[in-house]
Design a protein around this ligand. Structure first.
Ligand code: SAH
Ligand code: SF4
Length: 444
């Protein structure tokens, strides 16, 4: 498969080990920094606005601060410290995959999916509800595109709205046009993952370390800056973009809970409401219980992936620690809003969990829950001993869940040609030559 890898140069906001990153600090921490330098408190507000509203790449760009203050901060070792995009690959469907380098040289991958991720209709978010409403509009030409293409792709780009000629072209145009207004970013939460799901490429990496809140939110800032995305409804913002975030990249966010939650708050401060964020967990029961108590929560997805504990223990050994019953009990403690659902992700593995009896078991498990199901056709990876499900088995499974009353979506794979689809991302190295190295992946 063609992989269009290219280096992005020259990087702005270059990070280096030993710098004191300001991006990632909350208002109080910024206040402590400015007060530590003997500066007045309002400098912290200016700094916060520059970091999270203007998303500056370097302190030198913070024009609200006098030059001597900026120089002082730099002399003290401070910089913005956003992760640096060191490599990118672009798919024919518009999906872009980035290798992000952190200050210590560790790398994670982040994915940009213009037009949505093909699964967000099922993520239980308000975005999903809005999109369902829009999708039913018979006057909407984009709806015809979806029907013609046999996909649920909808194009809200300005380019598309001005072009009533060729539907097929419009789809392509949107995919490559930075003028669209809707996109989903898939964000990593750890370098590698400790959970060891047997079907997932990230598991092969093992865990290297947690990401900090700044590194988690910083991936989003770096991607938004790359696409010149404007957020919010403030003065001067004429076309706010609709950005959805899915924390479904490398790592288990609920094993890095505090940093994840802090990142979520920083991202809200950047103008992305929590209703447009979905965090996916493999099922860390104590974290789910904590999450249920949070006053501000993003949407939640649980990677169920099996219809009973025996299968789940095989494919997700973490089930030995926290079984399905305990996980569902923990989910029931969440005080759901009116339009809120838990999304259950279910990776279909050929002959393992994709048969009608599995669908029946899933229906029994989810009975009475405010649930949606995202079916994901397993993406193969090297040395992973599974097979893809047969298309007819996927169709039967999907139909059975729908008939059983569960809103179900089969996720459209994105970026397959660049290994950006679920579980397909390959780690890449940032050494001269930019050679792709073998399997160590990210799921998304
Ligand atoms: N660690 C978290 C979030 C990242 S994984 C979790 O497991 O939920 C995001 C999703 O990708 C999970 O639902 C996971 O089951 C799925 N996934 C992992 N590897 C996959 C693969 N090879 N093919 C399809 N989906 C995969
Ligand atoms: Fe980790 Fe999620 Fe992959 Fe499991 S599926 S190994 S939890 S990233």
């Amino acid at each position: 498969m063609a992989s269009n890898l290219s280096e992005i140069g020259p990087a702005s906001g270059k990070v280096h080990e030993g710098l004191k990153a300001l991006f990632g600090l909350d208002r109080e921490e910024l206040r402590a920094v400015v007060e530590g330098l003997g500066l007045p408190k309002f400098r912290a507000v200016q700094l916060g606005d520059a970091l999270y509203k203007q998303r500056v790449g370097r302190l030198a760009e913070v024009t609200t601060l006098p030059a001597e203050v900026r120089e002082r901060l730099v002399a003290e070792g401070f910089e913005v410290g956003l992760p640096e995009i060191v490599q990118t690959a672009k798919s024919v469907d518009g999906t872009e995959r980035y290798l992000m380098r952190m200050a210590d040289g560790e790398t994670v991958e982040t994915v940009w999916m213009p037009g949505g991720d093909g699964g967000e209709r099922g993520d239980g978010s308000e975005a999903a509800v809005e999109e369902e409403g829009e999708a039913g509009d018979p006057e909407d030409p984009a709806e015809s595109v979806a029907k013609m293409g046999g996909s649920n792709y909808r194009d809200s780009s300005p380019a598309a709205q001005n072009d009533n000629s060729i539907f097929a072209n419009r789809r392509n145009k949107a995919a490559f046009d930075d003028g669209y207004k809707r996109a989903t970013i898939c964000v990593s939460s750890q370098v590698g993952c400790a959970v060891n799901c047997q079907f997932c490429l990230t598991a092969k990496l093992g865990i290297r370390r947690n990401l900090t809140a700044g590194e988690i939110a910083g991936q989003v800032a770096a991607v938004l800056n790359r696409h010149h995305v404007r957020l919010g409804s403030g003065k001067g913002v004429e076309t706010p973009s609709r950005i959805n975030l899915v924390f479904m990249g490398m790592g288990e966010p609920f094993l890095n809970y505090d940093a994840f939650m802090k990142a979520m708050h920083l991202l809200r401060g950047m103008g992305i409401p929590e209703s447009r964020m979905t965090v996916s967990t493999s099922g860390i029961e104590p974290s789910i219980r904590r999450f249920a108590q949070e006053p501000v929560r993003p949407k939640l997805a649980l990677s169920l992936n099996a219809s009973n504990d025996a299968i789940r223990r095989e494919i997700m050994p973490i089930t030995k620690k926290w079984d399905i019953t305990g996980l569902l009990d923990a989910l029931r403690t969440i005080p759901f809003g009116k339009r809120e659902y838990v999304t259950f992700e279910y990776v279909l593995l050929g002959g393992v969990n994709d048969q009608p009896e599995n669908a029946r078991e899933v229906l029994r498990l989810l009975k009475g829950m405010k649930a949606k199901v995202n079916l994901i056709v397993w993406n193969p990876g090297p040395d992973i001993p599974y097979t893809q499900p047969k298309p007819e088995d996927v169709a039967v499974f999907h139909r059975m869940l729908v008939d059983g009353g569960i809103p179900t979506f089969t996720r459209r794979p994105r970026g397959r040609d660049i290994y950006a689809a679920c579980g397909q991302l390959k780690r890449t190295v940032d050494e001269p030559g930019l050679v792709e190295i073998a399997p160590a992946g990210v799921s998304c």
